[in-house]
Design a protein around this ligand. Structure first.
Ligand code: IPD
Length: 281
């Protein structure tokens, strides 16, 4: 048996042990590689962070599956799966901007059960375990209770290929006049954490990977919010728990994810579908 609170606490402990190195190396020159396009960066510190995090998880829980952004795949037999983004928001990390984080999500039998998003620059730790609520630095947090979409401050993000960015920008053109404003902070995990604590009212993006969102999803739902996704989020990975979320009937290869409080999620979903935010390369 795996207690979601114990999984959450292990993730917190691991994030704390990685954070000082990330804090001390942000904004410095790093070995840079590129991935899906020449703007999709990976640094030597991403690889270092991944190696440390996955080794610590594997030492503590050798029967669990681990999937991490930069390529680590460890098979497991326990039904527990860890989804790790060793630095979400690598561009922010490389330039020394706020908005990057360590993101560690945990699923049990395919359902999000625990998650931790840590901002190494200010030490903020967002954490959640199924049924135990969401916290920031140990204090319970809640999503905003806004009901008027025109007043919503909405975070979003863009993929790395030119074609996807063009289509995302076109959808944004149709969305922006209908809401208060947009924020593009550069890290989906912290964007979702920001929804969970009411720093923004909502977040949406198409084309995210499971490790970008695994921790953030449980933060939002445990903070009283809802998540809507296209199915599948990626491969066989279910995006969200069945109880607090719903899925758009669509099987796009690069699914749209929307997170918000219950007062605006339906209106926001309708607006984004009308704007075509769910379609494109
Ligand atoms: C990226 C960030 C960014 C989002 C991209 C992601 P990475 O993750 O979360 O905000 O817009 O779609 O790929 O590559 O920095 O881990």
């Amino acid at each position: 048996m795996s207690d979601p609170r114990a999984l959450r606490d292990l993730a917190i402990q691991i994030a704390h042990s990685i954070a000082p190195e990330l804090r001390s190396r942000t904004g410095q020159a790093h070995t840079l590689l590129t991935k899906s396009s020449n703007t999709d960066l990976v640094s030597d510190v991403d690889l270092w962070s991944e190696e440390r995090i996955t080794t610590m998880i594997n030492s503590a829980r050798p029967d669990d599956e681990i999937i991490s952004e930069e390529g680590t795949r460890i098979h497991g037999s326990s039904g527990v799966r860890w989804l790790v983004d060793p630095i979400d928001g690598t561009t922010n990390f490389i330039y020394g901007h706020h908005g990057f984080s360590i993101s560690i999500g945990v699923e049990i039998d395919g359902e999000p059960m625990a998650g931790v998003v840590m901002n190494p620059l200010n030490g903020e730790v967002f954490a959640a375990a199924h049924g135990s609520g969401a916290t920031r630095n140990g204090n319970l947090i809640q999503v905003n209770t806004l009901t008027d979409l025109s007043q919503a401050l909405v975070a979003t993000g863009f993929g790395y290929t030119a074609d996807r960015r063009r289509s995302q920008a076109e959808a944004l053109l149709r969305t922006l006049p209908q809401i208060r404003d947009i924020r593009r902070m550069g890290g989906a995990a912290l964007d979702l954490a920001s929804v969970s604590c009411g720093r923004v009212d909502a977040f949406f993006e198409r084309g995210l990977a499971p490790w970008d969102v695994a921790a953030g999803l449980i933060l939002v739902t445990e903070a009283g919010g809802r998540v809507v996704t296209q199915q599948p989020l990626s491969g066989s990975t279910p995006a969200t728990g069945a109880n607090s979320s719903k899925r758009i009937q669509n099987t796009e290869e690069n699914p749209l994810l929307i997170a918000a409080g219950v007062g605006i999620i339906d209106a926001l979903t309708e607006l984004l579908l009308e704007a075509g935010a769910h379609q494109g390369p």
